[in-house]
Design a protein around this ligand. Structure first.
Ligand code: TRP
Length: 331
């Protein structure tokens, strides 16, 4: 690879990406691929730490891949692949397990949350999830990992593992940094605007999916929770309206000030449908492109195979080094 820095990001194959995922992260990835070596991985091995329906997992893996491409990730510029297609992820995870302390893994808050939520299936994989994530990152000598706050602790763990491993076996791994994008917004729930937009929201009206139909998008925006007075301005005590203003600004490529000026003196009756319409237009090409890609399984297969070949080449270089460092006989 060139001397550009490497960015690695993993996405769970839940199949459903939201407007929040798009405006907050994926839209930026498109710009990053010009400046960095970008590696995007659909983490199906992480997904099975909670029970999955096999046919649904297979379908959703392709759906996520198709949506990423439709959002502008270019398989010629970035490496797009499926985690289970590169066995080195599991191999490195095993080695890193032996460099991760039981105590530090036990402190991961996501494990505590998830094991409280899935009390009938607190499996070892769920506990080991952050170590597999560290393997994803370290395998590609990643410089930067774009993650939300919920994954920050896992990147910290990866950094601790690097420090420990490199302390014993110098110059093995690059120390990764969490990457906080300069642009990219935090989009809030339409139903409860003090919470982040999330597909796991019980209220279906709280989130917009990239694949939502125009009429559903319009309905959700018309029902969006706003605030008691009817002014269309950004303000701390107006989280609902502020969120809609930033969505409209991002969807139409304007500043929030321009949006405030456009709707000065107007009411929610004008504003909410305008936001809905802007989002419909923003997502229309993404939805159409995703649908086309999902009809073209041969193309998707070609993309993920080529991606896995490129990823495997890089991963093998790291694995050879790691196996040599820990004292395995060269095969
Ligand atoms: N755990 C991440 C999430 O749920 C997904 C992930 C897996 C990831 N491996 C990664 C993210 C490596 C960044 C880097 O969002």
């Amino acid at each position: 690879m060139s001397d550009k820095k490497t960015i690695f990001s993993g996405v769970q194959p839940s199949g459903k990406l939201t407007l929040g995922n798009y405006l907050g992260a994926i839209k930026n990835f498109q710009l990053l691929q010009e400046e960095y070596n970008c590696i995007y991985c659909v983490v199906d091995m992480h997904a099975i730490t909670v029970r999955q329906e096999p046919a649904a997992l297979r379908r959703q893996t392709l759906e996520v891949l198709a949506q990423y491409i439709a959002c502008g990730l270019d398989p010629e510029k970035s490496i797009l692949f499926v985690q289970s297609h590169v066995p080195a992820h599991a191999e490195l995870a095993w080695v890193l397990n032996c460099f991760t302390m039981f105590g530090e893994a036990s402190r991961m808050t996501q494990f505590k949350d998830k094991s409280a939520k899935h009390t009938d299936n607190v499996n070892v994989g769920l506990f080991d999830y952050p170590v597999l994530m560290a393997a994803d990152i370290l395998l590609y000598q990643t410089d930067m990992v774009p993650v939300g706050v919920d994954q920050r602790q896992h990147v910290e763990l990866a950094r601790n593992i690097v420090q420990r491993f490199n302390g014993i076996h110098p110059d093995t791994f690059v120390m990764p940094e969490p990457y906080i994008p300069k642009t990219g917004a935090k989009i809030m729930s339409l139903a409860d605007p003090v919470r982040k937009m999330s597909k796991s929201d019980e209220n279906q009206n709280g989130f917009i999916l990239l694949m939502d139909k125009p009429e559903d998008i319009m309905r959700k925006f018309k029902r969006a929770v706003t605030d008691s007075d009817s002014r269309i301005i950004v303000a701390d005590d107006k989280p609902g309206v502020s969120n809609l203003i930033s969505i409209y600004a991002l969807a139409t490529g304007q500043t929030t000030e321009a949006v405030e000026a456009e709707f000065a003196g107007k009411g929610y009756g004008d504003f909410k449908p305008a936001v809905g319409q802007a989002v419909v237009e923003l997502l229309r090409p993404i939805r159409t492109k995703t649908e086309d890609l999902l009809k073209n399984k041969d193309y998707l297969e070609q993309v993920y195979r080529a991606g896995a070949a490129k990823a495997s080449y890089l991963a093998r270089k790291t694995m050879d080094k790691v196996y040599r460092k820990v004292g395995f006989v060269k095969r």
